[in-house]
Write a protein that binds this ligand. Structure first.
Ligand code: ADP
Length: 304
């Protein structure tokens, strides 16, 4: 099974070009879509989730056939109903009805997804509540849930009907570290036979979870591949030094600074260079360096 996205474009009515020809091939497993705010991640996720139209390009889900009546391939932009049957979607803004219990809400969503048999629905809902660790609080109103509990409820509703394609948009914003960790564990348990797209601006989420990824910026793909390979490409090219805050501007003028971070009162600078930089030490790159190198490169090209 694969999701093929080809030359996808989208311009909103206010003139913003949110997607400028996105092409990506996404295979089974956990795929990380990284990008700063405004990069176009949600626009791309909403398009794949059949919630908004693209201007041009295509999105195709291939290799779906499982011996049932399911067609082998789906054109995501036109066969929306069929796509919705295999889709689980956890949107960025996930509102819950505050006065409804988790159990009732999941039962309702399962009905909407076409699970007509009440007994079957109860089994599915109970199993999902156990899976996301909300079984004990299943009779509490959703309005009483914490942020992490709401996110886990969101995953439960996205998993109803055994989706083959799961889209999770910015899931860990606002979660404390314990809840975030629990959420990561839950995502990583989702079946092998599924495509999971995790859209986020948090590099660590991708480092921990994803075997394949892309970085998008200003509506374009600026990097794609296996995270370890992308990190390996930067080997020997990232240099580090510590400076006073007042010196940062000068360093930015003279070097390709990709990130600055306050560490114990000093500012740590990471710069990109093919050759050693005087006054800098070499460092082993990580995915954050990849992210910042790609983003700053793209932004520089645009602002020049
Ligand atoms: P991300 O999810 O990466 O933060 P978005 O897809 O939300 O990015 O936004 C991409 C660009 O499109 C931004 O400039 C944003 O302001 C703009 N945008 C998003 N949704 C709309 C909309 N409904 N109407 C107009 N502009 C929008």
């Amino acid at each position: 099974m694969q999701l093929e996205i080809k030359e996808l474009t989208k311009t909103y009515s206010n003139g913003v070009r949110a997607l400028k020809g996105i092409s990506l091939t996404i295979s089974q497993g956990m795929f990380g879509l990284l990008g700063p705010n405004g990069a176009g991640k949600s626009s791309l996720m909403r398009t794949i989730a059949t919630l908004q139209e693209a201007d041009s390009g295509y999105v195709r889900l291939t290799g779906l056939s499982d011996g049932t009546s399911m067609p082998g391939d789906l054109d995501v932009l036109t066969q929306k109903d069929a796509v919705r049957r295999v889709l689980g979607y956890l949107p960025q803004e996930f509102g819950v009805y505050p006065r409804v219990t988790a159990e009732t809400m999941l039962d309702h969503i399962a009905t909407l997804k076409g699970i007509a048999n009440g007994r079957e629905r109860k089994d599915i809902v109970d199993a999902l509540l156990q899976k996301v660790n909300l079984y004990e609080v299943r009779k509490k109103n959703l309005g009483t849930y914490s942020g992490g509990m709401k996110q886990r409820f969101g995953i439960a509703q996205a998993l109803i009907g055994n989706p083959r394609l799961i889209i999770v948009d910015e899931p860990t914003a606002g979660l404390d570290p314990v809840e975030r960790n629990r959420f990561h564990n839950l995502l990583s348990e989702i079946g092998e036979n599924t495509i999971v797209i995790l859209s986020t601006h948090i590099v660590e989420d991708v480092t921990n979870l994803c075997s394949d990824m892309a970085i998008i910026c200003l509506g374009e793909v600026v990097a794609a591949g296996n995270p370890n390979d992308l990190v390996a490409d930067l080997k020997g090219k990232i240099w580090q030094t510590f400076v006073e805050k007042s010196e940062i501007a000068t360093y930015r003028q003279n070097h390709r600074v990709i990130s600055t971070q306050l560490k114990g009162g000093k500012t740590r600078i990471h710069a990109y260079s093919d050759l050693p930089l005087a006054g800098f030490d070499p460092v082993s790159p990580d995915l954050e360096d990849v992210y910042f190198a790609k983003i700053t490169e793209k932004m520089d090209v645009v602002t020049v």
